[in-house]
Ligand binder design. Structure first.
Ligand code: FAD
Length: 397
């Protein structure tokens, strides 16, 4: 056993843990990041790269609740449930149904709106700090609607965004084609002009991890199995290491539930599995992230490739990738861009998801020496700089 003592141990080196570690080093704290894999190689690697300051609508809405059964039964649906996972999922699903009720959906949207409101400026500053400014693009983001009915069905969400001051512009089909000439034949669109995006989340994670190392944080290649509160501090068993920390930040993404529970925090965290496929392309057909809303994915312009990222599969952390879902992604993508052909690669990742889509960023109920920072669902990339600031404030007051 290697015995190590530290001021703060951050468990998990995804975008959330890394952003927190960087911030805490700037505060002058001693930090160790404990991560078993390449830092930033989890959900933070394969996402759609949008800094989604407009994405205030939680996953659970009255409309999703009404249509839940038809959604999970439709073969080309953006939402799938692995039946083998249903018994374990049941408490999460029951809470999700409650959080989808009209009053809860509106309240959850308000909490998310507050968190994402400064995401674009926070990311611009953060990217400059880690040397990733050239991987940010500020051309906004576009939602597409194929039919008038689908456009009208978005009214409630559009109204809610308006109430929370989200910048959005309704576009006709012609205006969509003016913005993105390859996108013709859509009934209309919704443009979020203030959204920004990363042209390579994996590369940004590499730069972020280097910045954390340069700032003086230590990395331990290890997986945390237990955290026990002792008189002398928090004792962390992590592979070959025995770490004693004054403070622990749990930021292990979708894997955080057990760690939080071991310290007395019962948190209803589960995972929404998400997928991407990529097509290597020197010339990209779009300039900004574009989401055909009926299909639940984004076309994401990345460096030298088009990424198609999205879908939600409820099915836990251990089942293998569902190849049928990657085929669905490919066939829906080729309906918009018929030239796409066969994807060059595919990926499965685990969003850390709360039933109300609101992340958990707070001290443990059992003591302020443990900070919980997980459950960012669909907007973890967006919220990393903000989460880091919130955690820093919790540890300095
Ligand atoms: C398809 C898809 C598209 C997405 N698109 C977007 C988007 O456009 N914009 C956006 O804002 N968000 C998006 N997201 C969500 C975003 O990627 C996640 O919310 C975010 O990456 C979560 O970051 P994290 O650091 O909490 O988790 P992760 O990146 O998963 O990191 C958690 C880390 O903890 C480590 N870990 C696990 N267990 C342990 C342990 N026991 N001990 C030590 N370490 C451990 C893991 O190895 C991992 O590296 C998307 C997600 C998916 C799947």
């Amino acid at each position: 056993m290697n015995r190590i003592s530290t001021d703060i141990a951050v468990v998990g080196g995804g975008v959330i843990g890394l952003a927190i570690a960087l911030r805490l080093r700037a505060d002058g704290r001693d930090v160790i990041v404990i991560e078993p894999n390449e830092p930033g190689s989890g959900a933070s690697y394969g996402n759609a790269g949008t800094v989604a300051n407009y994405a205030i609508i939680p996953m659970g809405t009255p409309s999703v609740l009404r249509n839940f059964l038809s959604l999970i039964l439709r073969p080309d649906s953006p939402l799938a449930v692995r039946t083998s996972a249903l018994p374990t999922l049941f408490p999460w699903l029951a809470r999700f149904a409650y959080e989808s009720l009209p009053h809860r959906y509106r309240e959850n949207a308000g909490r998310i709106a507050e968190l994402v409101s400064d995401a674009a400026s926070a990311w611009t500053e953060f990217a400059s700090e880690i040397g990733a400014s050239n991987l940010l693009s500020a051309k906004g983001c576009l939602y597409l609607y194929e039919t008038r009915k689908a456009f009208r069905a978005a009214d409630a969400d559009i109204e809610l965004r308006r109430n929370y001051g989200v910048s959005q512009e309704l576009l006709s089909g012609g205006e969509v084609a003016q913005l993105e000439p390859r996108l013709t034949g859509f009934e209309g669109g919704l443009f979020f002009p203030r959204a920004i995006n990363l042209s390579d989340p994996g590369e940004v994670m590499r730069l972020l991890s280097s910045a954390v190392e340069r700032a003086g944080a230590e990395f331990l290649r290890a997986s945390v199995t237990t955290i026990v509160r002792e008189r002398s501090g928090l004792r962390i068993a992590a592979s070959a290491y025995d770490v004693l920390a004054r403070t622990v930040v749990i930021a292990a993404g979708a894997h955080s539930r057990k760690l939080a529970a071991s310290l007395g925090d019962a948190v209803q965290l589960d995972t929404e599995r998400g997928y991407h496929i990529e097509y290597d392309m020197p010339e990209l057909p779009i300039e900004r992230p574009v989401c055909p809303t009926a299909n639940g994915f984004y076309f994401c312009p990345m460096q030298g490739r088009l990424r198609v990222a999205g879908l939600v599969e409820l099915g836990g952390l251990t089942a293998p990738a569902n190849l049928q879902l990657t085929r669905t992604l490919a066939s829906n993508a080729s309906r918009v861009f018929p030239e796409l052909g066969v994807p060059n690669r595919s990926w499965l990742g685990f969003r850390p998801s709360m039933p109300n889509s609101v992340p958990v960023i707070r001290p443990s109920k059992t003591g302020s020496d443990v900070i919980l920072a997980f459950g960012h669902g669909h907007i973890g990339l967006t919220l990393a700089p903000r989460t880091a600031r919130l955690v820093s404030a919790m540890l300095t007051t």
